[in-house]
Design a protein around this ligand. Structure first.
Ligand SMILES: [Ca+2]
Length: 730
């Protein structure tokens, strides 16, 4: 679980060093040098003029500046909004150089109480972007939270009596109301099939999220004892689960310790190891060992033996790193970790750079990764996440994105730290050609970056750590016309996504047409690394490991349930050492009859099931390397299975999905779709329905030129697949 980072995301070529003053030193005394230097001086003079002209419109902002200043380097503005408005004025006055304009952010924290909102009025041009960028190596942070200072020992005897004896000497308290903090956000039911909503306030210490006091402690689970007689229902797979409104039964007497359960929550994988949710407890019956949760309830039910834990309990604040907020009084209780920094705690960018005595060390200073390159396994000394401790304690407050771009084009956000919002780091909707480059986004309530619509936006060389939901979500392109969106995520490092929502909150999510995820390092995820829907996506050269750490029946790269998701390519990825609970994990998971994916040249190492084809057709699985996988490739024929759950899927759901895309265009682009006519009938009818419909066989998948060192490299479950070719094992 704690494997060393390969750090290939950091291993790209280094950016240019800034121009150093030594270039302008006095020339040496020899005549040749004097002539050369006279010539050079003329060049420098021209360059200086050029820089002067180019820099004329550049603006500077500093947390210690003033909006009464002219926005120069010597007299910077104070607020990002004033800089934005000044850029608008310059644009209107035609004073922006054709090569663009840079808003330089000087070092320090910009405390954000609202999103920095950019619109079409703030756009640059293709050759003249508007750049919002950290100055030099200075540490520039857009902070959505507030540093808490002044923790005191707990003195209230009633509170001490509620704390575990072992914790009493260590728990500290701070009065948030006295600090003027009264908006704590709402704890909401989050998880599988729940909407994305801003997080409640969260506590971060030394750059890492702390744990809301829980039982059992992190890494352990309680097991659901069952459900009341009479509340059971079928789970579609032959077993019985308890109806959600009917509540569930627990075992043991731990809840008898709790004095106040008015804001008690439970988090569990209630029926399946891939569907979790947080639920507020509305009834705790100590005698019946019975719990009821608040509506609206989730999708499934309560199954005996499934994992869950209790959270948000003062009495369970019993180890370093746990905290609890008494919302009625605004008193926050916290046991600070004795050793404040874990292995992956990350210092601010500038400190990392200073420590390594180089200006171009981290990804934040190496955003010029515009072309593909081979990953390197070497560990970058300067990119090391073995960080020096800081004891900063931050509570997230902002419930919006830190930066929001709406219909904005050709804006570059570069080299910033975005931290501690309850919402997402950056939201982009509409527009074209924006870049998020070399930023560190961490301790975010929702997602790092969301991109909805528009074209050709890119997230490049960013570190995205500790997000409550996903990492980067790309949505773009048009499935009705198969027009590509062109968004991409490249050379980024993702770790510990899904801190709160756990399932289906991938490091990279792609939805639409023609999107790309390449050269990313993704690890330490409870569920899947890359999840996509739609067409013509490219997923290549990603290094993915230690995913599915808390879930089962999940793929590192995952999609499913649509015969029209075609033209997707999964190439040259390295997927290794994946986790998996219960049913385990899959490397490339083509679920529920999804079809027509190219899986080429990937390396799978120590993945339970490397390549799974769940009933799909027309896949091309070629030239992959499987090492220590069990098995290498598995396929089934669920599209032919007559049981209702599968027959309904292909007869109702898949038929409807096919009807939602233009048939002629799709048949032209993906000719293999025509072979479905034998199952469903041709376009325009007559449709094959009712008893005549016999399901959809898993035909025409190509498996070849594949090497495997595994315990059996191909097996088949359910109805037997009819793959057209099989290679030989080696
Ligand atoms: Ca605890």
């Amino acid at each position: 679980m704690n494997a060393p980072l390969s750090n290939f995301a950091r291993s790209g070529r280094r950016g240019r060093r800034p121009v150093q003053p030594r270039l302008l030193r006095s020339p040496s005394v020899n005549r040749y040098a004097q002539r050369e230097c006279a010539w050079l001086r003329r060049i420098y003079a021209h360059l200086a003029l050029l820089f002067c002209f180019a820099a004329r419109a550049d603006l500077f902002v500093s947390p210690t500046g003033s909006d009464a200043n002219p926005g120069s380097k010597a007299k910077p503005f104070a607020t990002l909004e004033h800089a934005r408005d000044t850029v608008r004025d310059l644009k209107r006055a035609g004073k922006v150089h054709k090569a663009g304009l840079t808003v330089w952010l000087r070092g320090g924290d910009f405390l954000r109480t609202n999103a920095l909102e950019l619109t079409a009025a703030d756009s640059g041009t293709l050759n003249g972007p508007v750049v919002w960028r950290a100055y030099g190596n200075e540490r520039v942070r857009l902070l959505g939270g507030r540093a808490l200072k002044g923790f005191q020992p707990v003195s209230d005897a009633a509170v001490l009596a509620r704390l575990d004896e072992a914790a009493r000497g260590y728990v500290r308290q701070i009065d948030l109301r006295a600090l003027g903090i009264t908006n704590y956000g709402e704890m909401k039911s989050r998880g599988f099939s729940r909407p994305t909503t801003p997080a409640h306030c969260e506590l971060f210490f030394a750059g890492r999220p702390m744990t809301l006091a829980r039982w059992p402690n992190e890494g352990a689970w309680a097991k659901l004892a069952g459900f009341p007689a009479g509340s059971g229902k079928g789970d579609d797979f032959g077993s019985e689960i308890g109806d959600l409104p009917g509540g569930f039964l627990y075992s043991g007497e731990r809840p008898r310790r709790w004095r106040d359960t008015s804001d008690l929550w439970v988090h569990g994988f209630w029926a399946w190891d891939w569907a979790n949710s947080y639920e507020r407890v509305t009834m705790l019956d100590l005698d019946r060992h019975f719990i009821k949760t608040a509506p609206p309830h989730g999708l499934y039910g309560f199954r005996a033996g499934q994992r869950f834990y209790y959270l948000n309990l003062l009495e369970e604040l019993d180890q370093p790193g746990e905290w609890f907020l008494e919302r009625r009084t605004g008193m926050l209780y916290f046991w600070p970790p004795a050793e404040p920094v874990g292995r992956d705690s990350v210092e601010p960018i500038s400190e990392r750079s200073e420590a390594s005595n180089t200006s171009v060390s981290s990804t934040a200073h190496n955003p010029d990764a515009s072309s593909p390159r081979a990953p390197s396994p070497s560990r970058s000394k300067v990119g090391s996440t073995e960080a020096r401790p800081t004891a900063e304690t931050i509570l997230s407050l902002l419930d919006q994105p830190l930066i929001k771009l709406t219909d904005t084009s050709h804006v570059i956000v570069r080299g910033l730290v975005l931290e501690a919002t309850r919402g997402s780091g950056i939201e982009i909707s509409g527009g074209a050609g924006n870049r998020i480059m070399g930023c560190l986004l961490r301790n975010i309530g929702n997602l790092g970056v969301t991109i909805n619509g528009g074209t050709n936006h890119g997230v490049v060389s960013c570190d995205v750590f500790e997000t409550g939901d996903g990492g980067v979500s790309l949505s773009g392109g048009d499935r009705q016309t198969l027009t590509p969106g062109g968004h991409f995520v490249e050379n980024c490092h993702f770790q510990r996504q899904g801190r709160w929502s756990r399932c289906y909150v991938p490091a990279v999510g792609m939805n639409g047409v023609g999107l790309r995820a390449s050269h990313n390092l993704i690890h330490d995820h409870p569920h899947c690394a890359i999840l996509f829907t739609g067409n013509d996506h490219l997923i290549e050269f990603n290094d993915i490991h230690h995913i599915a750490l808390e879930t089962g029946d999940v793929g590192a790269i995952y999609t499913g349930r649509d015969y029209s998701f075609r033209g997707n390519r999964i190439r040259h990825n390295y997927i290794h050492e994946t986790g998996g609970v219960g049913m385990g994990s899959v490397g490339v998971y083509m679920d529920d009859c999804v079809s027509g994916t190219e899986v080429f040249g990937n390396v799978f190492h120590k993945v339970h099931l490397a390549m799974f084809i769940g009933g799909g057709r027309d896949h091309r699985v070629e030239n992959n390397l499987f090492v220590d996988c069990d098995p290498a490739v598995d396929a089934d024929g669920r599209g032919l299975d007559p049981s209702p759950v599968w027959r309904d899927m292909v007869d109702t759901y898949m038929r409807r999905q096919l009807a939602e895309v233009p048939s002629a265009l799709y048949r032209e682009r993906y000719p293999a779709l025509k072979t479905l006519d034998a199952c469903y009938g041709p376009p325009g009818g007559p449709a094959v329905v009712g008893a005549a419909f016999k399901g959809v066989p898993p035909e025409a998948t190509s498996l070849r030129e594949t090497s495997a060192s595994a315990n059996g490299w191909s097996s088949a479950g359910m109805a037997s697949p009819r793959c057209s070719r099989y290679g030989t094992t080696s």
